[in-house]
Design a protein around this ligand. Structure first.
Ligand SMILES: NC(=O)c1ccc[n+]([C@@H]2O[C@H](COP(=O)([O-])OP(=O)(O)OC[C@H]3O[C@@H](n4cnc5c(N)ncnc54)[C@H](O)[C@@H]3O)[C@@H](O)[C@H]2O)c1
Length: 423
């Protein structure tokens, strides 16, 4: 079998993912990042045989089969489209598109490319493949929880304001996407597992945010976002309801999920590592099972040794493997990694933020299989983040006038960017 030749775009997260593809016996042939230091660092770890590029337009011409898009969170669509135009398969980090118009464009260009030759598109969403989420999917598929009614997903990632090393690595200039991203936008880690476990797709969304601005002489950890979390509710195509966060910062760090059916429920308990709590109603407990079980799930996977070496609790390896398998089979990946599910997740992120700005108003999630829905959104370019030199055209925060103080920004420039200013 010929090896799949892979190019990596974005040397930060991109390098971490590349290790999984090497375990999957793929060749990493090209690497692109305009940040010279990061490029050199990742290249030295990848070893010989990797051609380095600073320009994407040169990189995309490299002789290869697939590209890992691990560039800025909000700039995946234009690069995915260029890959399609070169007949390359795409494994795109979260999220797939940052505006509704980009969602329409991405799907149109994907269809155009596929009319010429098969290109695979997969959202690189890895949290559904964490061990407890795989276990919850297994339980749902087994049927003992009954008809599924409800699921929850919380991706909760507080960052200490004085963690300068973190800020230097992840939010290194004021216009960086992490400084402007509304709380609803980093949604795939909470919504993706709910969609994977239940098989449902959101149809309507509503959301509220919790406003807790940086105070006093604190360095702003997200310059333009005074919200700690957004609580997002979706109503889905099968009548189920999800309650999810985007990226939240409340309570203590965790990512937790819960699925409830008519007969029982399963969840990974906060603060209990990877353990799963499975509970049935007494009268619905399957024969031979216990009403309540707290247990450590197993992978039940012949590649456990590679899974344990992959990042994010093994999710990185399994998600990468799904992409490789999809390419080899010539079939698009399963729900919710396929392009329509990916764009649906982006629509939930974008329209949940509009709901926040609109006092919790519900928004319908469009189905871009239809031309009618595409027409409705093809020119909708509202965006709360900087796109190159173009400033945001809507606020990032539930309180639209919120901005860090001049003193806070000065601290950011001094301590994160290392710029000393005259007093
Ligand atoms: N799935 C996960 O668990 C996970 C974990 C971390 C990051 N991510 C995702 O991976 C992506 C990257 O994350 P990161 O933390 O590495 O972000 P980052 O902002 O630190 O890095 C982005 C990199 O892309 C490079 N880049 C951007 N535009 C470029 C261009 N036009 N030409 C050349 N290089 C360009 C930048 O120089 C930078 O090195 C994001 O979408 C993020 O959401 C996912």
């Amino acid at each position: 079998m010929e090896k799949i030749r892979i190019g990596i775009f974005g040397a930060g997260r991109g390098y971490n993912l590349s290790r999984n593809f090497m375990m999957l016996n793929c060749d990493i042939v090209a690497l692109c990042d305009s940040h010279k230091e990061r490029l050199a660092q990742a290249a030295s770890k990848l070893g010989e045989g990797v051609t380095c590029y600073e320009s994407f337009d040169e990189f995309v011409k490299h002789d290869m089969d697939a590209v890992i898009l691990a560039n800025n969170f909000h700039e995946h669509t234009p690069f995915a489209i260029k890959c399609f135009q070169h007949g390359l398969h795409v494994f795109s980090e979260c999220i797939s598109n940052i505006t509704m118009a980009e969602g329409v464009e991405l799907i149109r260009e994907f269809e155009k490319a596929n009319a010429k030759s098969k290109v695979i598109y997969m959202l690189a969403e890895n949290y559904p493949d964490m061990i407890f989420n795989r276990e919850m999917k297994r339980l749902v598929d087994g049927g003992t929880l009954g008809k599924i009614l409800y699921a929850e997903g919380e991706y909760n990632h507080p960052v200490a304001g004085d963690d300068i090393a973190f800020l230097k690595e992840y939010t290194y200039y004021p216009e960086h996407w992490r400084n402007y991203i509304p709380r609803t936008y980093y949604i795939t880690h909470s919504l993706g597992p709910c969609m994977r476990i239940t098989g449902a797709t959101p149809k309507k969304v509503t959301a509220f945010s919790i406003f807790v601005p940086n105070s006093g002489a604190e360095i702003p950890t997200a310059c333009r976002v005074g919200d700690a979390a957004s609580i997002i509710t979706t109503q889905n195509d099968d009548g189920t309801v999800f309650r999810v966060t985007g990226c939240a910062k409340f309570g203590a760090h965790h990512h937790t999920y819960r699925v409830c059916g008519t007969k029982g429920q399963a969840e990974n308990l906060r603060g209990m590592g990877t353990k799963v709590m499975l509970r049935y109603n007494k009268w619905d407990t399957p024969e031979g099972a216990q009403t309540e079980t707290l247990y450590e799930p197993s992978w039940n996977d012949p590649e456990e040794k590679f899974i344990n070496r992959g990042g994010h609790g093994g999710g990185d390896y399994i998600t990468s493997r799904t992409f490789v398998e999809s390419i080899r089979a010539g079939k698009q990946p399963p729900h919710p990694y396929d392009i329509h599910s990916a764009v649906t997740m982006s629509s939930v992120a974008i329209l949940a933020h509009r709901s926040v700005l609109d006092g919790g108003k519900p928004y319908d999630i469009p189905d871009f299989h239809t031309e009618e829905a595409r027409k409705q959104y093809e020119n909708d370019r509202l965006c709360p983040l900087w796109l190159g030199e173009t400033p945001p055209n809507i606020p990032s925060c539930s309180h639209p006038d919120y901005a860090p103080t001049e003193r806070q920004l000065q601290l950011f420039r001094e301590q994160v960017m290392g710029i000393t200013e005259d007093k």
